[in-house]
Design a protein around this ligand. Structure first.
Ligand code: AMP
Length: 444
């Protein structure tokens, strides 16, 4: 199968040739003809599967072939994304795909001055990428009209709900024309997402290119158990032992990010951090330098967990486990992308056993455990497995027999896409109300 057989027009085919895309990925093969045919879409796609091109290519084609010229302050297609970084990234991909088409594209997001965005929107934009909060600000200040809107894309919809954007989504939804095409993309599908889909989509085609709630099977995952206070020391030890060259590290809090970056820099290690408190320009610069391998270790909160496309990233370390189990899938989805292999290591202390259990239940796998010599925890992490059971029975820490440590699942990687993995009942980790009116959750 080729992009031409999917019905894409020549200017897009030329862009794809420049980018070196030869064969459509599975999500592209399914999404492109359906979007071209005008269908609504509900797509579950793993991160790194090429979903951006899956919706952007046909969308650009429809904009180029159909509909009126865009008028002042209007948009004809809107792509909503959860974070500023993702907005930049999706817009960059769209810009490359649209290189040979006479279409205008733009991205708006918070954390930067609104005035240049208002100026830019004056002439109207064919395709706008936006985060929900800034989009509503612009709409309320009459810088944006939706009367010409023909297509809405919700990208990383689950993440938008997790970040507390349900109220904004509800308000945006009310402002949009009822007659439109809607495409909903999400790596994970919770009940809240299905409710959202029920409200926003019209007879959608369901696309599922991977089993529900599993990470890419190109990522090898394991856990190293350790006492909480020794995590920084263990991280430095593993970094030196493994001669890690480029690592994306996830910490739970902004303070946690800053503390780890400070420790690493204090040891002369080339590290930087990104989180919600940092200005957008600083975040983007740190990310760009990390992508260019000018920074060796990038420590981030979950704000960086989704959508970021870092070429050939070999390793993700969960310095802390995420509070929301689904974030684990997104975090480790930063590696093992576009067919490459990757590794994901989680440093887990006894306090985090319930988070570990939730992740194992969600991903239907028991993560192999290791202990590192001299870092065996005093507070043992109780046994867990994919059934959601936590065995609380305290045991004395055992000295590992070999360098690979621990007694469970030794020497066997769990491939997360393993179809032979037992099928547990999936417990929702946290229910997120759709279109609630409560206060916005704090961003990570
Ligand atoms: P995405 O899942 O949209 O973030 O895409 C992941 C990566 O795969 C990006 O670097 C894309 O440029 C790349 N990509 C997407 N589709 C293809 C394709 N058909 N062939 C080669 N690379 C692709």
């Amino acid at each position: 199968m080729t992009f031409a057989t999917l019905g894409l027009i020549e200017p897009l085919l030329r862009s794809l040739e420049t980018l070196g895309y030869q064969t459509p990925t599975p999500v592209q093969a399914q999404a492109i003809p359906a979007v071209l045919a005008g269908r609504d879409l509900m797509a579950a796609a793993q991160t790194g599967t090429g979903k951006t091109a899956g919706f952007a290519l046909p969308l650009l084609q429809l904009l180029a072939m159909e509909g009126p010229k865009v008028t002042a302050n209007s948009v004809r297609a809107l792509i909503l994304v959860p974070t500023r970084e993702l907005a930049e990234q999706v817009h960059e991909a769209v810009r490359q795909y649209a290189e040979n088409l006479p279409l205008s594209t733009y991205a708006v997001y918070g954390g930067v001055s609104i005035n240049p965005q208002m100026m830019k929107l004056r002439k109207g934009v064919d395709l706008l990428v936006a985060t929900p909060g800034r989009l509503l600000d612009l709409f309320r200040q009459n810088a944006l009209k939706f009367n010409q809107l023909q297509t809405l894309v919700l990208d990383e919809a689950d993440r938008m709900l997790d970040l507390g954007f349900s109220e904004e989504l509800g308000n945006i939804y009310k402002a949009l024309p009822k007659k439109r095409q809607t495409l909903l993309f999400s790596a994970t599908f919770s009940d809240a997402i299905r409710t959202l889909a029920g409200q926003m989509l019209n007879d959608p085609l369901s696309i599922e290119v991977s089993p529900r709630n599993v990470a890419a099977n190109t990522v090898k995952q394991w856990v190293v158990t350790v006492d909480k206070k020794r995590k920084p020391e263990l991280f430095v030890h593993l970094l030196r032992k493994g001669k890690w060259k480029q690592v994306l590290v996830f910490a739970k809090t902004r303070n946690g990010v800053d503390a780890l970056v400070e420790k690493l820099q204090g040891l002369g290690i080339n590290a930087d951090g990104i989180h919600g408190d940092k200005p957008q320009a600083t975040r983007q610069r740190a990310l760009d330098r990390f992508k260019a391998s000018e920074v060796q270790i990038l420590v981030a909160t979950d704000v960086a967990a989704r959508g970021l496309d870092i070429e050939d990233l070999p390793l993700v370390v969960n310095f802390d486990l995420p509070i929301v189990a689904e974030d684990y899938i997104h975090r480790i989805g930063r590696t093992g992308r576009a067919g490459n292999t990757g590794q994901a290591i989680s440093l887990v202390c006894a306090d985090e056993v319930n988070l570990l259990s939730a992740i194992e239940t969600l991903t239907r796998q028991t993560l192999p455990r290791q202990m590192e010599h001299d870092f065996e925890p005093e507070h043992r992490v109780p046994d867990t497995d994919a059934s959601g059971q936590v065995v609380k029975k305290p045991k004395k820490p055992k000295k590992p027999k070999t360098s690979s440590g621990g007694k469970r699942n030794l020497g066997k990687w769990v491939e997360s896409g393993d179809a032979s993995a037992p099928e547990p009942s999936i417990k929702p980790v946290r229910k997120v109300p759709v279109f609630n009116t409560g206060p916005r959750k704090r961003k990570p």
